[in-house]
Every structure is written in C-alpha cells, then in structure tokens.
Write a protein that binds this ligand. Structure first.
Ligand code: ARG
Length: 463
C-alpha cells in the first residue's frame, strides 16, 4: 500500500472501512478543473515570491497540463486510497514529475484549497444557472408574444376573480425568474473572495502573496480572515437558498400547467414530445415533465436543509463534516438546471386552447369588480366603494338567482337595485369590456401589457 501524503506520524494505515467511509474522490473529482486552476495560480505565486524556482514552477505547470488532459480523455486513474481530488492530483503530479511536485503544497492546506476550488465551482455553476434562467425567460416571453389578446380567468383562492390577459399571466413568471437570477448574481458577488493562502486556519509565516493568487483566479480580493476563509460555507448556503427559491417558483409553474392541462381546465394541450403515457390506461397522456419539475423541487429544498443542519453545530475553523457540503450542491445545481431546461421545453411545446378558454370566460362574474369601479367612476353621484361593492354584490346575487351573467341583466333590473345605473354600464360588462378598463401601471390593461412585453423583448434580445 502507498504511504499517505499525511502519513509521516502514522505507524499503520487506516482500515478499509475507514478508507471507504472517509473518501470523497468518488464525488469531489468534479472539482478537478478548479483544483488545477488553483494549483497553477499557487505555483506561479510561490515562484514569484522566491519560495520555488522558476524551473520547478514550469515542471509543475507542464505536469498539471498533462494531468488535466489525461482527466479529460478519461485516462486518469482516480484512487480511493488517495482520498480526495486534491491528494489525487498532487500524488499523480509527483508520480509524473517527481521532486518539484513536492513543493506545490508550500503555504497551502487542503482546507483553503477545497474552499477555493468550491468557490470557483459555485461561481461557474451560478453562471450556468443564470444562463438557463434566461433561456426559460425567453421561452416564456415567446409564449406570451404568440398569444396576443387572449383573455383568461384570473384566480385568487383558485376561484374565478377577474379577467386578465394571458400575456400578463405568463409575464408574471418572467418577473419571478428575474429575481431568481438576481439572487444568484448577488450571491456571486459575495462568494467571489479568495480563501487561498489561509492555509490550515491561521495563515503562514512564509512570504506568500495572496493578492496575486486572488487576481489570477478572478477573485475580487483575498478573504480578510484566514479562520473565516477555511470555515465559511455561507456562500454555499446562499447558492442553495437561491436555488430553493427558484425551484419553488418552477414548482408553482409546474402545478399550474398540470392543472391547465387537465380535462377540467383544458386551457393547454402539451405536445406529445413533452408528454408520457400510462402502462395500463391506453388513452392517457400525462404532463409528467412538469409534475417532476414540481416533484424535484423537494430535493432542492432538501439540499438546502442538509447544508444548514451540517453547518449549525460546527465550531471554528475547518471540520471534516464540511466534506459533506459537495454532494447536496452538485445535486441542487444539476436538478435546478434540469428543471429550468424542461420548463423551457414545455413552454415551447404547449398550445393554448383558445376556444375552450373563451367558453370558460362567462362563468364566475369576472366583470363584477369592473362594475363596482363603474359606480365609483360615476363622479356626479360620488358613491363610496364600499357601497358600490354592496350594490354589485346584490346584482351578482340576482344573476345567481336568474342563472345569468351581469351583462344579461336589463337596465331596469339593474335600476331596481340602484338608480345610478345608466346605459353606459354595458360598456363595462363582459370580459372584453372589463379588460379594456384596466389602465393602472402594472395592470392587465392591453397597453400596460404591451409595454411589459416590449420591455422583456428588448431586455432579452428577442425579435
Ligand atoms: N476532502 C476534504 C473536504 O472536502 C478536503 C479537506 C480535508 N482536510 C483535512 N484536513 N482532512 O473538505
């Protein structure tokens, strides 16, 4: 058996069970690129600071290149007995170039190394997630663009509330997604500080230049406190929280599309390419991808909770528990990207059943609030909203009794409830008329919605 890189003081090796239990190579090999980047920056800094010769640095850089290529060709042997990605790469480098490799770990610990690698990995992950959020926004805006003028029932409590433009409804999700991306980008700013050079926890007496490695790795600056640098995982928690909120938004979208695809709603028909069937019921066509978007949000929430529980009892500084931070993050990032991509695919593959939606509109007195506004609007009579609410309530009760819509009540019938109704009331009734009356900023009025759509088309570069 090969001696451990840390084996100096040990008289015997670890048992197989301990080796299997403590290894992280099976998952942290995903950090190889970042680990090699960090080592390149570190070696260059050591040479510039006179802690390593330039020729040793060159051998190290050349060796790291070879190792990276080998990994990418799938020819690198990841060894469990070498524990983690850091020691696998360092030991392989020693196998490859000999003595110079042994200088690489000068003024460095795996504690600052892993934190550096992981920050770099999370930084890339954020960029990928944000790009996927943007793709979904584009898909949603395209969906809105292609469904101009369609009115749908707007719901509160899942009960018919007021008519809204379908575009308005869809663009609400685009707003949510924008904040989701914003949270990730905020987190990116805060995580972009370099732990490298914090060493095990206390820093070092060797003349290193932490600003140089920080710059080389694209960080804003070195972290101020070495103990904080090796023990902090709040950057991970922020990423996981941001993902959890995005996942929650996507889950709500999933729920809505599943509802809308039901026979009961029938608002959308997903194409076959985003539907799956039943192994027993031949007629079935199910919106499984969006059900799984809803379902997979559970893992993303779970990943956040795992990290919170993992960190809550840890004293300063590094603790081995922290090795458990990788898998939840890998899972969360992979899952959220899948959720975003499938939601985009779905958005491009649904058709709105305009006729079916139209048929649904008369039910539920969606124009009642507009009618209440009409009464308030009749300036000459100065009816307080509370009173007009009550008057319209009575008109609705009459409709319920007569099984008709508000616009089907005659002027005489309306006037038996209140004398202020005049002929112009019919300009406020029916969903088409009702929609036309919305004009406040951010409302579902056609002009406001057209402006919203314009805003997003420009922002997202859609033609
Ligand atoms: N594999 C470890 C992790 O992921 C690296 C740091 C281990 N440090 C140590 N002193 N055991 O956190």
């Amino acid at each position: 058996k090969e001696a451990k890189l840390w084996g100096g003081r040990f008289e015997e090796g670890v048992t197989d069970a301990v080796e299997r239990f403590t290894e992280s190579i099976s998952f942290d090999k995903a950090l190889y690129k970042q680990d090699i980047m960090g080592s390149r920056a570190h070696a260059s800094m050591l040479a510039k600071q006179g802690l390593m010769s330039f020729s040793d640095r060159d051998s190290i850089l050349e060796g790291l290149n070879q190792i990276e290529e080998r990994i990418e060709r799938g020819e690198f042997e990841w060894r469990t007995d070498r524990e983690d990605v850091h020691m696998n790469i360092e030991a392989a480098l020693t196998d490859l170039i000999g003595e110079p490799a042994k200088k690489l770990h000068t003024a460095r610990s795996r504690n600052d190394q892993v934190s550096t690698d992981f920050r770099l990995w999370c930084r890339d992950a954020i960029d990928t997630i944000v790009a996927n959020i943007k793709q979904l926004q584009i898909a949603m805006v395209t969906l809105a663009k292609n469904n101009k003028g369609v009115i749908v029932p707007g719901y509160t409590h899942l009960q018919r509330a007021q008519p809204v433009l379908l575009q308005h409804h869809i663009l609400a999700y685009v707003e949510q997604l924008d904040r989701d991306a914003g949270r990730l980008l905020d987190c990116r700013v805060r995580l972009n500080f370099s732990p490298l050079g914090a060493c095990a926890l206390a820093g070092t007496g060797l003349p290193i230049d932490r600003f140089m490695t920080s710059d080389a790795l694209g960080f804003t600056a070195p972290m101020r406190n070495s103990m904080d640098a090796v023990s902090d995982r709040d950057f991970v928690l922020e990423l996981l929280s941001a993902n959890a909120i995005t996942a929650m938004h996507l889950s709500r979208l999933g729920e809505e599309w599943v509802l809308w695809a039901s026979e009961e709603f029938g608002f959308i028909t997903p194409s076959d390419s985003v539907s799956t069937g039943s192994s027993i019921m031949p007629q079935k066509k199910n919106p499984d991808p969006m059900e799984l978007v809803r379902g997979k949000s559970a893992r993303v929430f779970g990943d956040l909770v795992t990290l919170l529980v993992l960190c809550k009892g840890l004293p300063l500084a590094y603790n081995r528990d922290l090795q458990e931070d990788k898998e939840p993050v890998f899972d969360s990032v992979k899952t959220i990207i899948g959720m975003l991509q499938v939601s985009s695919e779905f958005a491009y593959n649904i058709t709105f059943n305009i006729e079916r939606i139209k048929k649904a509109l008369p039910a539920g007195h969606l124009d009642a609030t507009t009618l209440a506004d009409y009464l308030v609007h009749k300036a000459s009579c100065g009816i307080p909203f509370r009173t007009s609410h009550d008057i319209v309530g009575r008109a609705v009760a009459l409709c319920v009794y007569k099984k008709c819509e508000l616009q089907e009540l005659s002027l005489d019938e309306l006037r038996t409830i209140n004398g202020v109704f005049e002929d112009d009331v019919y300009e406020y009734l029916g969903v088409e008329n009702s929609i036309k009356k919305f004009s406040s900023y951010g409302s579902t009025g056609s002009e406001c919605v057209a402006e919203q759509l314009d805003f997003w088309m420009t922002r997202l570069n859609i033609n």
